[in-house]
Design a protein around this ligand. Structure first.
Ligand SMILES: O=C(O)CCC(=O)C(=O)O
Length: 271
């Protein structure tokens, strides 16, 4: 059995439900290094940083991308932590390519929700082997945790991506597959939802088509720093998308149909 072996139940939950909380899979040394990197990033953000709190609003909903390119701890996490091996098992892929990362910080007293969405329509990537790891660096009680619509990655539907800034502005994308996101709040009784109380060291693995959203952080004391990393398997291919993508990663030189591995999207496994 490989080091960092997941249970069959965890793997089954991820594949069936589209989201699974993996307990105590990331050692605390990583969490401590990542906390320092995240705080350094917030003090000196990258070029794609976004503030999703309206000017003068309470709290702070801070978003940034590609920390692995600027912070050693994040880069080391990609290449040396247990994460890639977890991704390989969940996706049932020998190869793992690191696609990108996304920092989402909600400071205490931040009312802004993360709108309901799923991730793949934001990406110029086709394929079923795309897993995200939502890694909280602070304890996260369920009332400020991300919620997932159980099984929605198997609906066979693609929903129009929206920017997270409140008001939900649609991104400009031309794709006949895309439909408007249903009003998940109004449909609550029709779905089953998954969410968890989490401690540092736990992570949520979720499929790129699983519908999810998150409340604000109403806590008066607890920060909610979460670093989401995105990993692809053998079947992922670069895809042409007409219009906006997020994050807007360009300059990789890929053409539609290409396997992803390149300098911007490094192959992490096999090592
Ligand atoms: O942290 C959040 O509020 C949402 C996370 C999310 O949407 C994602 O990682 O795709």
């Amino acid at each position: 059995m490989p080091a960092n072996a997941l249970s069959q139940d965890d793997i089954h939950r991820y594949r069936e439900d589209g989201a699974a909380c993996l307990r105590s899979v990331i050692p605390m040394e990583w969490i401590e290094r990542l906390r320092s990197a995240v705080d350094a990033d917030m003090a000196s953000p990258g070029p794609m940083r976004r503030i999703n709190t309206p000017q003068g609003g309470e709290g702070l909903f801070f978003v940034d991308f590609q920390l692995w390119q600027r912070h050693e701890a994040c880069r080391d996490f990609v290449f040396e932590s247990p994460a890639a091996e977890l991704a390989a098992q969940l996706m049932d892929s020998r190869e793992v390519v690191y696609y990108h990362d996304h920092l989402l910080v909600k400071e205490p007293h931040t009312p802004e929700r993360t709108p309901w969405h799923h991730d793949q329509p934001y990406y110029p990537v086709d394929g079923r082997q795309i897993v995200s790891f939502w890694l909280p660096l602070d304890p996260v009680p369920r009332e400020s945790a991300v919620e997932f619509v159980r099984g929605s990655h198997r609906w066979g539907r693609w929903f129009r991506p929206q920017f997270f800034r409140q008001g939900g502005v649609d991104m400009q994308v031309e794709d006949t597959r895309l439909e408007a996101m249903p009003d998940i709040e109004a449909e609550r009784s029709q779905h089953e939802f998954l969410s968890w109380d989490m401690e540092p060291g736990d992570l949520i693995a979720f499929h790129a088509l699983t519908v999810h959203g998150a409340p604000g952080n109403r806590s008066s004391a607890l920060r909610r720093r979460a670093w989401a990393t995105r990993w692809c398997g053998e079947d992922a291919r670069y895809a042409a998308r007409a219009g906006q993508i997020s994050p807007p990663l360009e300059g990789h030189g890929l053409r539609p149909g290409d396997a992803l591995a390149c300098e911007m999207f490094p192959r992490v496994l096999p090592r």
